[in-house]
Design a binder for this molecule. Structure first.
Ligand SMILES: NC(=O)c1ccc[n+]([C@@H]2O[C@H](COP(=O)([O-])OP(=O)(O)OC[C@H]3O[C@@H](n4cnc5c(N)ncnc54)[C@H](O)[C@@H]3O)[C@@H](O)[C@H]2O)c1
Ligand SMILES: C[N+](C)(C)CC=O
Length: 485
């Protein structure tokens, strides 16, 4: 890991084996840091912020460095993609696309770094000037999940560095490899020491230290809702700023007038992409009753054809789940769905065959006859499970879709664009897609309503999250007030 510009082992020499979820082979051994390592990294980031050049460097120069990182990511796209696939199990095609997105994020914030020079405002008194400027928030703690390891890291690294912050990043303990690789690329670009620190290790120690430390000014977290709650509590000690990107249980609302072929195609992609391990997965299909039978029949035909396999194999459409623990959790949800009376139409078990024996595979699964009282509809299973609910009216569709503690994303399929606009206004979600599913890009903010999170990543807001606003007021003609004579 990287602390204060040096590649170091964990202070106590502990290590962790990183496993390929396709065959359980050990692909790497990484340091298993603890609170002590996190403290050292925080101190390094603190020194680099309080006494270093990075926060004071012209923003355009910080931007140039980020452009170079983007170039190196492009040059190393294949290597990084392979590493991500070996570590997570996702298909190589997905990993390559992730790397392109990641380079795009660095490029976007490289360009944005020097665009906000502050603003002059009109003070309500004569002979005065007022300026509002943005300054880096300080030392940032960053904690990332295992499903999109480098992508989620890039959404934090690029804006924080553009803003002039220093940081300590803790990747998920089970998928740290691409985060360590990008630290190598950043070393090649040359960031001042202590600006970028990477500490590998568990959430309960390294993550908790970052969240609790009074030397950290902001904690940015992407992960599950329960961990988010703990981080929010831990952050209250020094009132550090918090940015939380949490889970979702995202409705995919299909009206009977939608374009059938495109809708079915996207409904599959919405839920089974990356084996459903996507915060914005379209895991709840909410379909107009009159279209239900036709849509379900076609879905089942296509689900049967999904090609499971090694993510490294170009013909694979869906890889294994990322860990044995996670597969066990998803299997528990399948059992819960059956107990709740949902009708299992397909899947619900591990695939048979020698090629699947060692991997953490689970068949794509469809439950019909679902409703919002069921746990499989309310809770994030984070696996290849689709639940189907039906509606008769537009109002009912909206009510069902909003009946959730989450509010991350959702989609509407219809050719009636007035209806699409009406429904999009009624959905309590951070992102609404009309006749599409899944697009996200650096220019548009990303984040959740309700318990899906606090704050936004990406877009201009994603940069502002890493800044404090300062109002600088100058009296141009100071005279005694004469109040206390
Ligand atoms: N909203 C988004 O943009 C987005 C994106 C990706 C993933 N997610 C969510 O992430 C979740 C899946 O990821 P996960 O299983 O890795 O989540 P998780 O909450 O289990 O872990 C996320 C990170 O938090 C760390 N952590 C665990 N306990 C901690 C503690 N007490 N203090 C500090 N850090 C701690 C983990 O080590 C890991 O690095 C899903 O809920 C998914 O929806 C959300
Ligand atoms: C934010 N996203 C969609 C890239 C990953 C969510 O898990």
């Amino acid at each position: 890991m990287v602390i204060d510009g040096e590649w170091v082992a964990a202070h106590n020499g502990q290590t962790r084996e990183i496993i390929n979820p396709f065959n359980q082979e050990i692909i790497a051994v990484v340091p298993e840091g603890d609170r002590e390592d996190a403290k050292r990294a925080i101190q390094a980031a603190r020194r680099a912020f309080d006494h270093g050049e990075w926060p004071h460097m012209p923003a355009a120069d910080r931007g140039k460095k980020l452009f170079k990182v983007a170039e190196l990511i492009d040059q190393n796209n294949e290597k990084l993609a392979e590493l991500e696939t070996l570590d997570t199990g996702k298909t190589l095609v997905e990993s390559r696309a992730d790397m392109e997105d990641i380079a795009g994020v660095f490029r976007y914030y490289a360009g944005l770094a020097d665009k906000d020079g502050g603003e002059t405002i009109e003070p309500p008194m004569p002979d005065a000037v007022s300026r509002v400027v943005r300054e880096p928030v300080g030392v940032c703690g960053m904690i990332t999940p295992w499903n999109y390891p480098l992508l989620q890291a890039s959404w934090k690294l690029a804006p924080a560095l553009a803003a002039g912050c220093t940081l300590v990043l803790k990747p998920s303990e089970i998928t740290p490899l691409t985060t360590l690789k990008i630290a190598e690329l950043m070393e090649e670009v040359g960031f001042p020491k202590g600006v970028v620190n990477i500490v590998t290790g568990p959430g309960a120690t390294v993550g908790a230290e970052l969240s609790e430390s009074d030397q950290v000014d902001l904690i940015s977290f992407t992960g599950g809702i329960e961990t988010g709650r703990k981080i929010m509590q831990a952050a209250s000690g020094n009132m550090k700023k918090i940015a939380l990107e949490l889970g979702g249980k995202n409705p995919n609302i299909v009206f009977a007038d939608s374009d059938f072929e495109t809708t079915v195609d996207y409904a599959m992609n919405a839920v089974y992409f990356h084996a459903g391990q996507v915060c914005s997965a379209g895991a709840r299909l909410i379909v107009e009753e009159s279209l239900h039978d036709k849509l379900v029949n076609e879905l089942l035909k296509r689900v049967k054809r999904i090609q499971l396999g090694n993510g490294m194999d170009e013909s694979t459409q869906m890889g294994p789940l990322t860990s044995a623990e996670h597969r066990a959790k998803v299997e528990r949800y399948i059992a819960i769905g059956k107990e709740e009376g949902a009708k299992l139409l397909i899947g619900g078990k591990r695939p048979e065959g020698k090629e699947y024996e060692k991997g953490f595979f689970l068949e794509p699964t469809v439950f019909d006859g679902c409703d919002t009282k069921m746990r499989i509809v309310q809770e994030e299973t984070f696996g290849p499970i689709l639940t189907i609910e039906t509606f008769r009216t537009e109002e009912e569709a909206v009510r069902i879709a909003n009946d959730s503690v989450y509010g991350l994303a959702g989609a509407i399929w219809t050719q009636d664009l007035n209806r699409a606009q009406r429904v999009s206004k009624s959905l309590r979600m951070g992102t609404v897609w009309i006749n599409d599913f899944h697009p996200y890009f650096p220019q548009a903010p990303w984040g959740g309503y309700k318990q899906s999170g606090i704050g936004r990543e990406l877009g201009k807001t994603g940069l502002e999250e890493y800044t404090e606003q300062k109002h600088i007021f100058q009296n141009l003609n100071p005279q005694p007030m004469g109040w206390f004579k």
